[in-house]
Design a binder for this molecule. Sequence first.
Ligand SMILES: Nc1ncnc2c1ncn2[C@@H]1O[C@H](COP(=O)(O)OP(=O)(O)OP(=O)(O)O)[C@@H](O)[C@H]1O
Ligand SMILES: [Mg+2]
Length: 247
Amino acid sequence: LDELDQLALSFNQMADKLEKTEFMRRQLLGDVSHELRTPLTAIKGYMEGLMDGVMSATPETYQQVFAEADRLQRLVNDLQELSRVEAGAFSLDLKPVSINNLIETVASHLGRQFEEKGIHLQMKLDDNLPELAVDPDRILQVLTNLIGNALQYTQPGGSVYIHSTRNQNEAVITVTDTGIGIAPDQLPYIYKRFYRTDKSRSRTSGGSGIGLTIAQALVKAHRGRIWAESQGEGKGSAFHFTLPLGS
Ligand SMILES: Nc1ncnc2c1ncn2[C@@H]1O[C@H](COP(=O)(O)OP(=O)(O)OP(=O)(O)O)[C@@H](O)[C@H]1O
Ligand SMILES: [Mg+2]
């Protein structure tokens, strides 16, 4: 290759890259609009029903409108967090904390929802884990997303098991559930933003596919790893993440 060829080559590569970025930007806008439209349409539908007198102004109706508005708010918050983590525009406020305390905090926070849904929550936490230098708010978020998913994707009567242990120089946290499971061919994609498996997409109460994207970015920022296992649909799932014990 002479210099001119080299220049043409890198120019084309740059053009390809820009095109790809533009494609991704457009796709993101499309995804976001789609996600926002669903609860908005529902809210407008309820309001129209109320105005036309087709629906009666019962506490249940208001409750439904409120639930949709709540979903919209959570979505906007999640989207904001997603854009922050994807741009790497956040810094970790590291302090020594007990990971077991963080797990217990999330477990007690979600405890009532577990009870209401009739899901058994069990924990086995390693008392010998030393304190870790992590950003507690971020790790609370990771735990909330994983334990929240286990709750969301497990049917009443099922169970969720949280386990912490030490493996050489890392802490390993595992959230196992007896829920809907994940087909092997979908496992690699669940961290992609807005990705939901076929099984959960057909459900009306499903999320928007942002939680794991955020969790993965936060774990990676802590120099940890996150991965999932499932024997397949209907066979439950296990999510693991690691955090370095520090040097
Ligand atoms: N414990 C689980 N069991 C089965 N499927 C799961 C589990 N956790 C995640 N998934 C699958 O991975 C997808 C992505 O999960 P993620 O948490 O990113 O998004 P979400 O739960 O759909 O929405 P949200 O943004 O509200 O968290 C889910 O839609 C679901 O299909
Ligand atoms: Mg989720």
